[in-house]
Ligand binder design. Structure first.
Ligand code: PEP
Length: 253
């Protein structure tokens, strides 16, 4: 597998904005200001907006979660085939907000299996909720990787992107901003996991992203010093000027 050639910046809009009109406006403001030599920019938008945003802008669209199942009696779920038929070409899997609401290791691993069956590229989110001095957080992340990727064969590696998102650094309740050294330590551990399971050469092309309160001020630092090939951005991706600023910072690394 070739090395990661193009950095990736994902905007995770979560359950925002309130209306389709606002969503289209935000997507257009982002799309029209992306620099020519840009990282790959993916918008993870709420399911009801996928189709219209896909029509409005030429950016890849991600689902924020997929059902473990492809169809059936699962009220409230959105299936991967449904999202794909509306224009999504990626999905997030295992976001910490989803895990906090009940997405167990087992569910995450079934979601991965579904994405693999459908050949849907996915961004697997992993990250510890707290840090301790003994380095247990590295084991937590390893366990998440191990259980999520147990059905992944080397031929599937091109579908995989990993986002390291320490839960303590995500969202407005973040306890602190992570440092690039804190990011790098876990990224090295993730690379070691990939290389132990699939081989270093075969996994060189798997991009690892960082997510957790990334701002225009910290974006470049994470990519330059944190060992990642891109970013997963929450709140700031809903502010077109800030998000484009982040994209520009990544483009310059
Ligand atoms: C996220 O939603 O994955 C995220 C990183 O959010 P924020 O950037 O707001 O911390």
């Amino acid at each position: 597998m070739k090395k990661v050639k193009q950095a990736i910046v994902v905007g995770n809009w979560k359950m925002n904005p309130r209306t389709l009109a606002e969503a289209i406006d935000c997507a257009k403001k982002i799309a029209r200001n992306i620099p020519k030599k840009s990282p790959k920019v993916i918008l993870a938008v709420p399911a009801p907006f996928i189709k219209d945003i896909h029509k409005a802008v030429k950016l890849p669209i991600a689902m924020q979660r997929i059902s473990t199942e492809e169809e059936g009696a699962y009220t409230g779920d959105v299936s991967a085939p449904q999202g794909m038929s509306a224009g999504a070409t990626y999905t997030l899997i295992g976001h910490s907000e989803d895990r906090a609401r009940g997405a167990t290791h087992d569910i995450v691993s079934k979601q991965v299996e579904t994405a693999l069956t459908l050949k849907l590229p996915f961004i697997l989110c992993v990250g510890e909720s707290a840090r301790d001095k003994d380095g247990t957080y590295l084991e937590t992340v390893n366990e998440q990787l191990h259980s999520a990727l147990k059905k992944l064969a080397p031929r599937h590696l091109s579908l995989l992107t990993i986002a390291y998102e320490p839960v303590w650094a995500i969202g407005k309740d973040a306890t602190k901003v992570a440092t690039s050294a804190e990011c790098l330590e876990v990224v090295i551990s993730i690379r070691r996991f990939l290389s132990d399971v699939f081989g270093a050469k075969k996994t060189e092309g798997v991009a690892i992203l960082y997510g957790g309160s990334v701002s225009p001020e910290t974006a470049k630092m994470f990519v330059k010093e944190g060992g990642v090939q891109g970013l997963l951005v929450g709140r700031e991706s809903l502010k077109p000027k800030h998000f484009v600023h982040i994209i520009n910072e990544v483009a310059q690394v």
